[in-house]
Design a protein around this ligand. Structure first.
Ligand code: GCV
Length: 654
């Protein structure tokens, strides 16, 4: 039986799945072979497209020749599919049902192209098995963080007034969008697990089960963030010690109940001993002990625990120059390599700090060959413009995924999971800034194929979302937007310089000399953090060769990371030939000019973009430009005053 396609609620944007995207399929005569929920989903999609565009679809056998055959040979949920075209017929063959769904959305992307000429058989399979969006959604509105921690897209898609939303049709629509870009799992609550959210694991598991049901027809498995202290908070035990027998029994029982409610439950996500969350350190146990406790409870059901490596001291004394937040994850976790259970995955932020616009790749990735690793990105733009600025992150993620720690595959190939903190919410455009949809889409496609060209993915997104007319303009606005953002914000890898707490807008010393860390050490003579082995914190030595050597010396360190690794005088000459101080001035002028240009290009697209989307982006550009100018003026005047070096081009620096 075809499963009806979820109905887009009134006023909600279809994003990259507008009805027109299904025209090529909807004009064909299609045969679908196979059975099971996901095949019914595919059938429903094709049936709706045919009803709209005049084609037809039959199941299992066709008396007449078909233009399109969607065939699933096995009964498992394998994700690969083979596409070919011969003798006027396009065929997708999948060994498992999930592959058929991916094959369908691949055809959607190809459009008419899928039905032209001949096409040799080509098998597509995801490079990474676990492709997840983590939602930092609170069930109840948090007094400081609101409904969604670091959320810039309205309320939660799942939760309202302390419960799962009554009508989950929009979650079904969301599941469909995620499946169409390759995502296969979601975590439905914040990693900072507050009291109400902790109860999702036990008494409120029914709410989670309803959400899981909404995701299931699109092959997306549900995961839950849990509190390490759950045995105390929920079970009334007096300890959460991972080696305690009662604690183990408690997790086993709780997990059995979870699987009774959600048989295809994906697993747990844990933030432990981090920014105030409870963890195994309280009992003198290691993080491997902690992760393995939950892994053991999940193992009988095939579940996975994702254990975050974001563990650092957020109560630092800056006068202690040996403490370096960048070192923390490596120092904590590398000694534990080989100790994690087979179904435990260590989830590592792609950089050593915290999703800044420019960071080196975390040295942990590549240093734990005996541990399964997942790489965590941040689609929600906490430090990259908070979805008020256009900032397409595809090139940044792609650079990180292609980075090769010496002697290994690229980071993308090493990973057992790719994870993004979601940027979606109840906003009618899903992502606040309509152009931020490109980040969600790009993440999904890169998770499927970390080696893919991000610009080709951007073009796919533009084609599906906008159609051909404004394509060139939208590409011009987005393609370089990450580097533009970098130009007008913190320079050369120092990061932060944001307003404390909410992290929007410039504050050069906002976090400097704070307990959270110190990031630029600017004084009258120079700027940057010495992380060399010879004279600094030793962080550069956490990399294998050649990177340890490349980063150790200012002479070989890439310009864009210079101030992350070295403290240099303002007159230090970059590989570009400019001094550091002149680079700061120039990039801040350029960044603002580039925003002005992008805004103009967007303004010229009024005839080819629908009016609401056009108006929303126009309004966001006004704010982006205001904010970029503020960044330029604050940064330039700060460094003029600190260094006393004037702009060689004589511009006013405020
Ligand atoms: C969910 C940063 C953010 C926090 C976030 C944390 C994390 O510190 O500012 O809001 O907490 O990262 O990744 O756990």
């Amino acid at each position: 039986m075809p499963l009806p396609v979820p109905v887009l609620p009134d006023g909600v944007d279809p994003a990259w799945l507008p009805p027109a995207a299904f025209e090529a399929i909807g004009r064909r005569r299609t045969l679908i072979r196979g059975s099971g929920l996901l095949v019914d989903t595919v059938h429903g999609e094709v049936a709706e497209a045919c009803a709209r565009f005049g084609g037809s679809v039959v199941r299992d056998a066709s008396p007449e020749p078909c233009d399109l055959v969607l065939d699933v040979s096995g009964t498992d949920d394998g994700e690969a599919f083979t596409l070919k075209r011969a003798e006027g017929r396009t065929t997708v063959t999948a060994s498992g049902r999930h592959g058929l769904l991916h094959g369908l959305f691949h055809l959607v992307r190809l459009g008419e192209e899928a039905f032209r000429g001949e096409r040799a058989a080509h098998t597509h399979r995801p490079a990474v098995a676990l492709r997840v969006l983590d939602h930092w959604d609170n069930v109840a509105v948090h007094p400081v963080m609101g409904q969604v921690e670091r959320g810039y897209s309205g309320g939660s898609l799942f939760w309202r007034d302390g419960r799962a939303r009554g009508d989950l049709e929009r979650v079904r629509v969301y599941a469909r969008l995620l499946a169409a870009c390759g995502i296969n799992a979601v975590t439905v609550n914040n990693v900072n697990v507050h009291a109400t959210e902790a109860r999702l694991l036990t008494e409120r598991i029914g709410d989670v089960a309803r959400i899981a049901e909404a995701f299931r027809p699109y092959g997306i498995r549900t995961h839950l963030s849990v509190s390490f202290a759950a045995p105390i908070l929920l079970g009334g035990l007096d300890t959460a010690d991972p080696l305690d027998h009662g604690v183990r029994r408690w997790w086993e029982r709780a997990t059995a109940e979870v699987y009774a409610a959600i048989p295809d439950f994906g697993g747990y996500l844990v933030k432990a001993d981090s920014e105030g969350q409870p963890g195994p350190f309280a009992y003198g146990r290691s993080h491997a002990d902690g992760a393995n406790l939950l892994a053991a409870a999940l193992a009988p059901y095939g579940g996975t625990v994702r254990w975050r490596a974001f563990v650092y001291d957020h109560r630092q004394d800056w006068r202690d120059r040996s403490t370096d937040r960048a070192r923390a994850a490596y120092d904590h976790f590398v000694p534990l390599d080989g100790e994690f259970a087979a179904n435990a995955v260590l989830q590592v932020k792609h950089g050593p700090m915290d999703f800044q616009v420019r960071e080196p790749v975390s040295p942990l990735l590549g240093a734990m060959p005996g541990t399964r690793l997942a790489v965590e990105m941040q689609a929600t733009q906490e430090y990259t413009g908070q979805q008020r600025h256009a900032c397409w992150l595809g090139p940044m993620w792609s650079e990180a995924l292609r980075f090769r720690p010496e002697g290994t595959d690229p980071v993308g190939g090493l990973s057992d999971g790719l994870v993004a903190v979601s940027n979606a919410g109840a906003d009618p455009f899903w992502t606040g800034h309509p152009l931020a949809q490109s980040n969600l889409y790009t993440f999904g496609r890169l998770a499927w194929d970390p080696g893919a060209d991000p610009l080709a993915i951007l073009d796919d997104w533009i084609g599906l979302t906008f159609g051909p007319d404004p394509a060139e303009g939208v590409r011009a606005v987005l393609a370089g937007s990450w580097r533009t953002y970098e130009k007008y914000t913190a320079p050369l890898g120092v990061g932060f310089m944001v307003q404390p707490g909410h992290h929007y807008g410039p504050s050069v010393d906002g976090y400097e000399y704070s307990p959270w860390g110190t990031y630029h050490f600017a004084d009258r003579d120079g700027i940057g953090v010495d992380r060399s082995v010879a004279t600094g914190t030793g962080y550069a030595g956490q990399y294998a060769k050649p990177w340890a050597e490349v980063y150790e010396s200012p002479a070989s360190c890439p310009d864009e990371l210079l101030l992350f690794f070295h403290h240099v005088p303002y007159g230090h000459v970059l590989h570009s030939g400019k001094t550091v101080i002149q680079h700061i001035y120039d990039t801040h002028f350029e960044g603002v000019e580039e925003v002005e240009e992008a805004r103009e290009v967007w303004g010229s697209l009024g005839q080819s973009v629908d009016p609401e989307r056009h108006a929303r982006v126009t309004e966001r550009f006004a704010e982006q430009l205001r904010c970029a100018r503020e960044w330029r003026d604050q940064i330039n005047s700060y460094f003029l005053r600190k260094s006393g070096v004037p702009d060689e081009r004589g511009r006013a620096l405020y």
